[in-house]
Design a protein around this ligand. Structure first.
Ligand SMILES: NC(=O)c1ccc[n+]([C@@H]2O[C@H](COP(=O)([O-])OP(=O)(O)OC[C@H]3O[C@@H](n4cnc5c(N)ncnc54)[C@H](OP(=O)(O)O)[C@@H]3O)[C@@H](O)[C@H]2O)c1
Length: 406
């Protein structure tokens, strides 16, 4: 971001305010402003009447901007008017490319909630150099994917360096107890990814590469495929199974390491799993999770099954978990690090449904951190840890996401 961007009409434009997650973000930003936050912001989307309905439902009079994600001209206009765009318009591979191009070209900061690795790869290849030149910070994965993974890894590494003067050589992240739901927009993104990956072999190869988001040429690092089976973890004292988002989060953590000049080291290893508890209950849960995830993935590869699920069973775009599910939800992420003769632990505990209530806070605080905190001046297609670093942690803590070190 340059001095010139400070002259723009808005600090932040929320694009997608009419969607399920976008409304939650709008509500959170409006609440922060009522509490005294100084922010010149606007809500944007493709449908003025729907935006006006959101405006009155959250009791705010912020300006409204209208633009279609598929129209390059309107995305350029959006990017020119603001210092930062926060977008919840997804699936991003379908709707997001023109906006990223416009932000990179205009030096406009940007954050989103994508978990679509192939699209992030395309954005890195197309816009990283332009964004470096203009100073635009393009930050994908600012929600439950991949803030806990990326910031948890940085926070534990940083904590051990500061308190023990030592460097961790490997970190395992165990996604633990959680409660929440899923929205139609997330389902649409998953189905779209399954659709194209079932047709494209080179895409499947990219998605399987543990370093798919690293700067080119992709390295041969020490990490292998994401764990898929049931295992008992002695260090944690719990059963573990695969974690559905590991294929995204682990790639983001590895890109962070590379963008942070290999702060964790070139031989650093990162693994992500689900922890399912102790004893026979933990074993049964890990087995069910492993079998269930495997069957679901096989099912999603079938075109007919995908279309039936989308039409009859799964939530539609715009739909999502109830208010009670969002408010009563929570998540727990445990990190265990080893290296230099020590073992260190961090637990992140978040209030509210991880994918929506907590995610709305994570992306909003990421945007505010980019706008208001003293961060390194660097443009590019970045990650949460490389763009915002430890400055984001106190913001997350204030928003109900606690970091507890052992
Ligand atoms: N990483 C995470 O943790 C996380 C968590 C939650 C969501 N997400 C992702 O966030 C995205 C949104 O999810 P959601 O459930 O909020 O989706 P949603 O309810 O379907 O909302 C999609 C939004 O995009 C807008 N939109 C669609 N096409 C558009 C176009 N051509 N031009 C302008 N706006 C357009 C919709 O506008 P209309 O209202 O006018 O249709 C709506 O505001 C998905 O990609 C999802 O995977 C990620």
């Amino acid at each position: 971001m340059t001095e010139a961007t400070h002259q723009r009409a808005f600090d932040l434009v929320l694009f997608g305010a009419t969607g399920f997650t976008g409304r939650l973000v709008a509500e959170y930003l409006a609440e922060r402003c009522r509490e005294g936050l100084s922010l010149r912001w606007a809500m944007a989307g493709r449908d003025r009447a729907k935006l006006q309905a959101v405006q009155s439902s959250i009791n705010t009079d912020v300006p409204i901007l209208v633009g279609d994600a598929m129209d390059e001209g309107s995305m350029r206009l959006l990017a020119e008017q603001t210092r930062l765009v926060l977008t919840t318009v997804g699936p991003y591979a379908k709707y997001g490319s023109a906006l990223v191009a416009a932000c990179a070209a205009q030096g406009t900061d940007y954050c989103d909630l994508t978990g679509e690795v192939h699209w992030m790869r395309a954005m890195i290849d197309a816009h990283h150099e332009t964004a470096r030149r203009t100073g635009a910070r393009i930050v994908h994965t600012c929600g439950y994917d991949s803030i806990p993974s990326d910031l948890g890894t940085l926070a534990l590494f940083d904590h051990v360096e500061r308190t023990h003067g030592k460097k961790l050589e490997r970190i395992t992240h165990y996604a633990g107890e959680s409660r929440g739901g899923i929205s139609g927009g997330t389902i649409a993104s998953m189905l779209a990814l399954m659709e194209i990956s079932s047709r494209d072999r080179s895409l499947r190869k990219l998605l399987a590469n543990p370093y798919a988001l690293n700067p080119e040429p992709l390295p041969e690092g020490p990490d292998g495929p994401d764990p898929m089976g049931v295992r008992y973890d002695d260090g944690l004292g719990m059963w573990t199974g695969p974690f559905v988002m590991a294929a995204v989060n682990s790639r983001v953590v590895r890109r962070s390491n590379a963008l942070l000049d290999f702060r964790y080291g070139k031989q650093f290893r990162y693994t992500e799993l689900s922890s399912t508890g102790r004893g026979t209950t933990g074993l049964a849960r890990a087995s069910a999770l492993t079998a269930g995830l495997g069957s679901f993935m096989v099912l999603l590869q079938n075109t007919r099954a995908r279309s039936l699920l989308a039409k009859r069973v799964l939530p539609k775009p715009g739909e999502g978990p109830s208010r009670a599910t969002i408010e009563q939800g929570f998540f727990t992420s445990r990190f265990v690090g080893h290296g230099d003769g020590i073992t260190a632990k961090l637990t992140i505990r978040g209030k509210r449904d991880p994918g929506y209530g907590a995610t709305a806070r994570m992306i909003s605080e990421s945007a505010l951190c980019l706008l208001q905190d003293d961060l390194p001046k660097q443009g590019g297609v970045l990650t949460p840890a490389s763009a915002m670093g430890m400055a984001l942690v106190p913001r997350l803590e204030k928003a109900g996401i606690r970091f507890e070190y052992e």
